[in-house]
Design a protein around this ligand. Structure first.
Ligand SMILES: *[C@@H]1O[C@H](CO)[C@@H](O)[C@H](O)[C@H]1NC(C)=O
Ligand SMILES: *[C@@H]1O[C@H](CO)[C@@H](O)[C@H](O)[C@H]1NC(C)=O
Ligand SMILES: *[C@@H]1O[C@H](CO)[C@@H](O)[C@H](O)[C@H]1NC(C)=O
Length: 389
């Protein structure tokens, strides 16, 4: 849940100073607190020039390298490649848990490629007991593993992220980024370890990503537009979520979201839209969920406009308008009796909801039903459970 707070000054910062006339500035990972286990081939740490691309590398095949929090800040000239090999470990000392928001942070970079087949080990187990998360909104968030702020026209691929202390990958105000072939994992009971959390961004594509974590596999919060999610495998975790919305002042609308060809295994939610019962006005519209398979998911399809994970819970109806949501070809098993739950706001009922070809059954012997409250729309094709629209 910890949000990427761009603008917070980190103790270590690297400004990308590139320009042919200045030659190539070598980057020494040791300057940033990296400590190898002795087996590392440190010659592989550094920046070099490859095919007109700056390449910044970390680690080697055998190394476990410990790296302190670091920020890479643009603008840079041309493509920048950040190559991660071997295993990069986050710090575990208590001071580092609270001194930064993001472990590896990219800001104001255009045309960045992060890849390399390596693993980012957030070493979260030491930090999770310190998580106060949502219970204390003023608590300092734990480290997000990799953050992107104001990053544009970029791609992140062939990486593994394990046991983040907080969100694994956090995006804020990014535009046109592709995330593919990434594996993200943390234990099912690790707090707030969202897989990918996106805020105020546009044209983000996420495909062929496998996520198993203790919170949302993907979380789309305020201000996102044109987000395409496909071929994501999610579980364990809390599902692919829009929201929560309506918690903070000045939230922005969420629109044009597409979630296709995804599979869920044993998650607490499948496709979810969640909003707080609060007077904050914001809209979530033009959303499509298509070709989705559920395997033993507690709430396969859910809109919850009374989202309130911890009491006290407000009795105010949510002021978030949900509209234009299509659920098409969604099938598989539910571990609860209510396979479809559309609990919308009394003051802003959900509208233009379409249910087409829904086929959900109970994982066990029970039957499944659909719950509707303050919602209007149409349903056609197969409807199992019977539609209440
Ligand atoms: C993202 O992927 C799309 C195709 O899915 C491609 O057209 C686009 O160029 C990619 N963008 C980047 C920055 O790699
Ligand atoms: C979904 O899967 C089908 C069949 O595997 C494929 O033809 C289609 O291109 C996929 N769509 C997306 C958006 O990934
Ligand atoms: C289905 O999920 C429920 C609760 O989430 C769990 O208790 C049960 O063991 C799961 N069943 C299977 C077959 O995985």
């Amino acid at each position: 849940m910890g949000f990427v707070r761009v603008g917070f000054m980190l103790s270590l910062m690297m400004v990308c100073a590139v320009g042919a006339e200045h030659g190539i500035k070598l980057f020494n990972v040791k300057d940033y607190g990296a400590v190898s286990d002795g087996k590392a081939d440190n010659s592989k740490h550094g920046m070099r020039h490859v095919n007109g691309m700056e390449e910044l590398g970390f680690g080697s095949q055998v190394a476990h390298t410990l790296l302190n929090s670091v920020t890479f800040q643009g603008p840079c000239k041309g493509w920048m490649a950040f190559v991660i090999k071997g295993i990069l470990k986050a710090p575990t000392d208590i001071q580092s848990l609270f001194s930064n928001d993001i472990w590896i942070n990219f800001q104001y970079v255009d045309r960045l490629a992060v890849s390399g087949g390596g693993t980012l080990d957030g070493q979260g187990a030491v930090a999770w007991p310190h998580n106060e998360g949502i219970k204390n909104p003023n608590s300092r968030p734990l480290l997000c593993t990799m953050g992107f702020g104001f990053v544009t026209n970029s791609r992140v691929h062939h990486l593994r992220s394990i046991d983040s202390k907080n969100t694994h990958f956090g995006l804020f105000r990014c535009d046109h980024m592709n995330f593919t072939k990434i594996r993200i994992s943390a234990p099912a009971n690790s707090p707030n370890t969202d897989g990918i959390k996106i805020g105020q961004s546009s044209r983000i594509k996420i495909s062929r990503v496998v996520i198993g974590t203790g919170d949302d596999c993907i979380s789309l919060v305020s201000g996102n537009k044109k987000i395409d999610i496909s071929q994501v495998v999610c579980g364990p975790g809390h599902g692919i979520s829009i929201g929560s919305l309506g918690r903070y002042k000045n939230e922005r609308d969420v629109e044009e979201i597409s979630v296709k060809n995804c599979t869920f295994y044993g998650t607490s939610n499948g496709v979810r839209i969640k909003t707080w019962a609060s007077p904050i006005p914001v809209e979530a519209s033009n959303i499509i969920y298509e070709d989705i398979v559920m395997n033993n998911v507690s709430n396969p399809i859910i809109i919850d406009q009374q989202y309130c994970p911890y009491p006290p819970c407000s009795q105010t109806p949510s002021n978030v308008q949900v509209s234009g949501v299509t659920y098409k070809n969604i099938r598989g098993s539910s571990s609860s009796n209510v396979a479809v739950s559309l609990r919308c706001s009394q003051s802003k009922p959900c509208k233009d909801i379409t249910m087409e070809d829904i086929d959900l059954w109970h994982q066990g012997a029970g039957s499944v039903s659909e719950f509707c409250s303050h919602v209007s729309g149409v349903s056609y094709g197969k409807q199992n459970p019977p539609s209440c629209l």
